[in-house]
Design a protein around this ligand. Structure first.
Ligand SMILES: *Cc1c(COP(=O)(O)O)cnc(C)c1O
Length: 387
């Protein structure tokens, strides 16, 4: 069939996962680390929309740890990998026993969660592996730094609790040189000194992708990388600051390549007369007689309605504008200037086609959001194909 290329999927739209790019990104991040520092691959939100079932086996030999949102995701990872799994987000009390039983590590931010896990661990007969999160200034998860040492003495004396890690998270690591990062880091350093003085030896970790790239001093024993693994810069400012780091010791420079392509096929082409409108609300009126292509995807498939009339897609390596409102499962594009285009042609919504690219940053910018939200909005029903 025309335009189908080598991909065989029986769906109107699909996501291609470039395994070479994923590997290259993991290796590039690894090259920033001391050999003793572990790399945790964050695969929450269905591996940032890339598809957990596809991404975990590909990353399995490249990371030391997996980080997930919740118990359900931890179970899904465990079915695909024997690597340790850290649940990053709050403990669901109902899942405490199963979490301990399966040996998942749990990030903990309160004494209540310690109690819940201790009770579960006693019932199960095996210790709970906890990573104590310290709130060094983000005011989200974590023990407030002021209370932490008091709590720590209590936690250390609890039976059935194994302190596997001490962690914090930066609010502004994607802003190069931001003073809050240095302040949070200083708080964390103080906590670690005290922890060390008590003779505790957990895995120390703080860095997300941005801190991994920009702040080598925050690497400690493990870094938690999500967005960069998928070849997306945490922020354009991080990309601009990164080359300057190449001269710093230990940082050997980093390059990232997008891992994901989001594609569909033209299902119908029609001619419309000058003055006619298209889509709900007839928000687009044609100023000339035009040729439009119907795409069998919409906001229900992860192509945001806020892109109506403002985004572009790629067909045969050329840009075509989205015209009219995006529907739940349908989108129309103007192909008047692309006469060679035909039904069945592959359409790239995100990614490369020929020399052109629609980067996730482009869609994020057009809709006033961040790349993280664009990729995590890609729904589970889209097939993921490894290329
Ligand atoms: C999501 C998450 C990360 C990964 O952040 P990126 O910016 O995607 O690298 C790291 N740590 C924690 C605690 C997270 O929740």
């Amino acid at each position: 069939m025309p335009g189908r290329g080598t991909i065989e999927v029986m769906a109107n739209a699909w996501i291609e996962i470039d395994q070479r790019a994923l590997r290259a990104n993991a290796e590039s991040l690894r090259s920033l680390l001391d050999p003793a520092t572990q790399l945790l691959g964050v695969v929450k939100s269905n591996a940032y929309g890339h598809g957990l079932a596809v991404v975990v086996p590909l990353l399995d030999s490249l990371v030391d740890f997996f980080g997930v949102d919740d118990f359900e995701e931890a179970v899904a990872v465990r079915a695909l990998s024997a690597k340790p799994v850290l649940i990053l987000n709050p403990l669901a009390a109902d899942a405490a026993e199963a979490t301990v039983c399966r040996g998942f590590h749990q990030m903990v931010s309160s004494l209540e969660d310690i109690d819940t896990l201790a009770v579960a661990a006693e019932a199960v007969g095996t210790p709970a592996h906890v990573h104590l999160k310290v709130d060094t200034g983000m005011s989200r998860q974590g023990f407030p730094v002021g209370d932490f040492l008091v709590h720590l003495h209590e936690i250390v004396s609890r039976e059935h609790i194994a302190i596997a890690g001490i962690a914090t998270h930066f609010a502004n690591a994607d802003v190069p040189g931001d003073s809050s990062v240095a302040m949070q880091h200083e708080q964390f350093r103080r906590v670690l000194d005290q922890v060390h003085a008590m003779g505790l030896r957990g895995i120390r970790h703080a860095a997300n992708s941005a801190a991994t790239i920009l702040e080598p001093d925050t690497h400690y024993d493990l870094v938690r990388c999500g967005i960069a693994l998928y070849g997306i810069w945490p922020d354009q400012a991080v990309l601009q600051a990164a080359p300057r780091l190449a001269v710093r010791p230990r940082v050997s420079g980093i390059s990232l390549e997008p891992v994901l392509q989001f594609r569909t096929r033209i299902s119908l082409i029609k001619e419309v007369a000058q003055g006619e409108g298209v889509g709900y609300g007839l928000t687009k009126r044609f100023e000339r007689s035009s040729r439009i292509a119907l795409l069998p995807i919409g906001y229900g498939d992860g192509y945001s309605r806020t892109l109506s009339n403002i985004s572009e897609v790629l067909i045969r390596g050329q840009r075509a504008p989205v015209v009219g409102r995006i529907s739940m499962n349908l989108t129309t594009v103007d192909i008047t200037d692309l006469p060679e285009v035909s039904v069945g042609d592959t359409v790239t919504l995100l990614g490369r086609s020929g020399k052109q690219e629609i980067a996730v940053e482009e869609l994020a910018q057009r809709t006033g959001t961040i790349p993280y939200e664009i990729v995590t909005a890609l729904p589970r029903h889209l097939p993921r194909v490894i290329i």
